[in-house]
Design a protein around this ligand. Structure first.
Ligand SMILES: O=C[C@H](O)COP(=O)(O)O
Length: 259
């Protein structure tokens, strides 16, 4: 009997606020072309999602969605409609074709004062609107792997406590974001394994995925050897050649033998 196919590797990219509008669309065209021809994507061994700035969501969906690349927002309002100047609601994100909404990123916590209450409310907003939250969790200061796992697990438990639905849990140790190198493979494996183990005890989060972000780039997936279910990429995805190098690390299923 053949063993079941492994779950697809999930690769997400947040463009944060790095690119101009036309630059975002040009980059999206290159990623679409890559997704259309790379065997890791065309075989279903890898799934891609992209989180551009809000104004690019509609045109980038037109470019990327035909190649199976999902789109998502880098933020979401806690409320679904009303007098919330400057916010973008879950229903609108859903209406324009988003599949994901990022919540809890360290930059939003640090620069915009978002705390657990807001992060949990944004996670709930994504779930009730049929969007998969990309919920970022991770320790602020460098800690040993066991300590980092305990802190990150407690954070995930706090944020997801009363909620139900599949999430992407993005383990992003804050000290590894914007750094020259990611956390060590051993560190990432310890924390992601703890998160996965907890999710496995929660049927209400069936279908969830644990990925790693924080200076992730080519070579890391291989070093992680399946201990994370994907990567959340930042700067190192700006060059599509790096995205291609990461896809090259994902083994595509061999074509079925002709009888
Ligand atoms: O959203 C992505 C992460 O914050 C990682 O960004 P980075 O790879 O540029 O450190």
């Amino acid at each position: 009997m053949s063993s079941p196919a492994p779950s697809p590797v999930l690769l997400g990219v947040s463009l944060k606020m790095y690119f101009g509008h036309h630059q975002t669309l040009n980059w999206s065209r290159r990623i679409a072309a890559l997704a259309g021809r790379h065997p890791a994507v065309t075989s279903g061994a890898a799934r891609l999602f992209v989180l551009p700035a809000f104004p690019a969501l509609v045109p980038a969906t037109g470019i990327l969605a035909p190649y199976g690349v999902a789109l998502g927002a880098q933020d979401i309002a806690t409320e679904d409609s009303g007098p919330y100047t400057g916010e973008v609601s879950g229903p609108v994100l859903r209406e324009i074709g988003c599949r994901y909404a990022e919540v809890g990123h360290a930059e939003r916590r640090r620069l915009y004062g978002e705390g657990d209450t807001v992060v949990a409310a944004k996670t709930a907003a994504a779930l009730r609107n049929g969007l998969t939250p990309v919920l970022c969790v991770g320790e602020r200061d460098e800690a040993d792997p066991a300590d980092a796992a305990a802190r990150t697990l407690a954070e995930a438990q706090r944020l997801l406590g009363g909620l139900e639905g599949a999430v992407v849990l993005a383990y992003e140790p804050q000290w590894a974001i914007g750094a020259p190198e990611p956390a060590s493979a051993d560190h990432i494996a310890t924390v992601c394994t703890a998160l996965r183990g907890w999710l496995d005890t929660r049927p209400r989060h069936a279908g969830s995925t644990v990925i790693y972000g924080g200076s992730a780039g080519p070579g890391l997936l291989t070093r992680l050897a399946g201990t994370a279910e994907g990567l959340f990429l930042g700067r190192f995805a700006h060059d599509p050649a790096n995205v291609e190098a990461i896809l090259d690390e994902i083994r595509s299923p061999a074509p079925a033998a002709v009888a």
